[in-house]
Design a binder for this molecule. Structure first.
Ligand SMILES: C[S@@+](CC[C@H](N)C(=O)[O-])C[C@H]1O[C@@H](n2cnc3c(N)ncnc32)[C@H](O)[C@@H]1O
Length: 247
């Protein structure tokens, strides 16, 4: 079990956590993906007559959490993130929903938090741009735990970086991504942020982290999920949904 965060995550939150509004400028597809996660979760919950329990992994500053809260008023969300700098901002941004008891926070790392949640107890596990940061071995365990805590019929929803299986296309997209940083960030005098984004990309693309499409979908299948769908591919980003089969 990996409970320690990789150093890149601390860098990511230390600098980018405070400048997260920049995300829209650097990677507008990322904020769009959070909205898609919210909409997919709301679609799933449309038939529900009671409140729907949602576990969110890597809530960060609250962008995906807010997308979920805005998409349906049926959600009771537990938002997990082990980086206090990020989670503190989410707590400030989303205090209104905490007071309404629709949102609670957990500061444990994803795997530890999931292991503390009862089997077959939640309808939805939703997440965006978090699983790609994990070491592959840690992510595999996280997927198995997500499956365990979902109720039969429950849904896993992830808007994230799913690397293309075509290695040449993937590297071209990453090269374009880096070029895009150079177009936006120097003009805003954000060279420190640019440095950290580029450094972080090396982690994302490294062999022990990269979440490649075919491998990721096979991993969901091996964990027991069915109805596994990858949709809304936009460059290296995509939405993945999967269902824990009914008994
Ligand atoms: C890129 S942010 C995504 C935030 C938000 N979901 C969004 O899309 O804007 C990734 C978040 O995952 C958190 N994170 C990374 N590794 C984690 C782990 N092992 N357990 C819990 N949270 C983790 C980081 O602290 C960070 O806040």
């Amino acid at each position: 079990m990996m409970t320690e965060k990789i150093p890149f995550d601390a860098i990511f939150s230390g600098v980018i956590g405070q400048d997260y509004e920049l995300l829209n400028l650097i990677c507008p597809l990322a904020t769009q993906m959070s909205q898609l996660v919210g909409l997919a979760a709301a679609d799933y919950a449309v038939q529900a007559t009671e409140n729907v329990n949602v576990v969110e992994l890597g809530g960060g500053t609250g962008i995906t959490t807010l997308a979920l809260l805005s998409a349906s008023d049926k959600f009771n969300i537990l938002s997990i993130d082990n980086e206090p700098v990020m989670q503190k901002q989410a707590k400030q941004h989303l205090d209104e929903w905490v007071k309404q008891e629709r949102l609670a926070f957990c500061g444990d790392d994803a795997l530890t938090a999931l292991k503390n949640i009862a089997t077959s107890s939640v309808e939805i596990v939703a997440t965006a741009y978090t699983l790609h940061n994990f070491l592959n071995i840690y992510r595999k365990e996280v997927i198995q735990e997500i499956y365990r805590i979902l109720k039969p019929g429950g849904q896993f929803i992830n808007g994230d970086r799913y690397a293309l299986d075509d290695l040449d296309k993937q590297i071209r997209l990453i090269q374009n991504e880096v070029s895009g940083y150079f177009k936006v960030l120097p003009q805003l005098d954000k060279l420190d942020v640019m440095e950290h984004w580029i450094v972080h990309l090396f982690s994302d693309e490294s062999e022990n982290h990269i979440m490649r499409e075919a491998v990721a979908l096979a991993e969901l299948s091996a964990a027991g999920f069915s109805q596994i769908n990858l949709t809304n591919r936009r460059e290296v980003n995509a939405l993945v949904t999967a269902i824990k089969p009914e008994l």
